[in-house]
Every structure is written in structure tokens, then in C-alpha cells.
Design a binder for this molecule. Sequence first.
Ligand code: ZN
Length: 67
Amino acid sequence: MELIESVKAALASTAPKDRPANDSEGAYWCDDCAVRIRDADLEGEPVCPDCGAEMRFERSTGRDCAC
Ligand SMILES: [Zn+2]
């Protein structure tokens, strides 16, 4: 079983999933349904899966306050 363990370790060390950042820069929101979809997960048009309305893009970092 030593070989299998070493192969698993090699696969784990090369897996890119340990990067903290993915391709997402933010998320789309539906204000009515409070539905959130990451831009990285979105395919096609940013429309709400619940009500079909166009969703609003909001960055997850560098939040601006307009107060
Ligand atoms: Zn909606």
C-alpha cells in the first residue's frame, strides 16, 4: 500500500485546490429572492433561477460604502 499512498500524496500536492483564490471576483444577487450566484459559477446570462429577473453584480472584495 506504500505505492498507493505515495501516488495519493503526489496527486494531492499537485492539486490546484489549495489556492485560496478562485476565478470569482464577486457574485450576482437577486434582491427580491436573496439569491446569490458566484460569477465563476454562472454560465450565460445573470438571471435569477427563482424569478428570472436580471441579477445585480456585487464584488465580494473592496466593498464601497456610499454613505
Ligand atoms: Zn429572484
